[in-house]
Design a protein. Structure first.
Length: 174
């Protein structure tokens, strides 16, 4: 399946090295040398040399990674986290994210290059924005790791679409 290159995105293919430049940023990645990557008519086509198991798996992965690079530099990626708990909140100090999640101190998070945060105080949501899908997911996982949701009251930081398995508390005295 070819990867369509949208307007405003520039793709350079140099052997197994690909550089993608767009309005959101620039990404560069080197792929396995067995994969045949070509560009024609505004599309990138990935081909494999044989139907061996390794080449089949590399083929799909290479195509998906190239597609993620192009989508990232053109529209970008976002992960939304939700804070649940009495007194739990998040604030922005400049470009840094500061979490107040039940510890005796606030927890500051500095965004890596290419990542930005947005906080909605009303819905208690944190948006992690960036053009590198892997980095966006890793930063969101690192934020969640600060206070993962607990199963009894559901307090903590969770992904927006995540379902927390709840446990019953202690049984009452008979």
């Amino acid at each position: 399946m070819p990867v369509v290159i949208p307007k405003g995105v520039d793709v350079e293919i140099n052997g197994s090295n690909i550089r993608v430049k767009g309005p959101k940023g620039m990404m560069e990645r080197t792929f396995h040398e067995d994969m045949i990557i070509s560009k024609n008519d505004g599309e990138i086509i990935v081909q494999r040399p044989s139907d061996e198991r390794m080449h089949r798996s590399l083929h799909g992965m290479t195509r998906a990674l190239i597609n993620n690079m192009i989508v990232g530099v053109s529209t970008g990626f976002e992960k939304i986290l939700e804070i649940n708990g009495v007194g739990y909140r998040a604030d922005m100090e400049g470009k840094n994210l500061v979490l107040y999640v039940g510890y005796s101190h606030p927890v500051p998070m500095e965004p890596p290059e290419g990542i930005s945060f947005e906080v909605d105080a009303k819905t208690r949501q944190i948006k992690v924005l960036g053009f590198d899908k892997q980095l966006v997911g890793q930063v969101a996982a690192d934020i969640r790791k600060i206070r993962p949701p607990e199963p009894y009251k559901g307090k903590g930081i969770k992904y927006l679409d995540e379902k927390i398995r709840r446990k019953a508390g202690k049984a009452g005295k008979v």
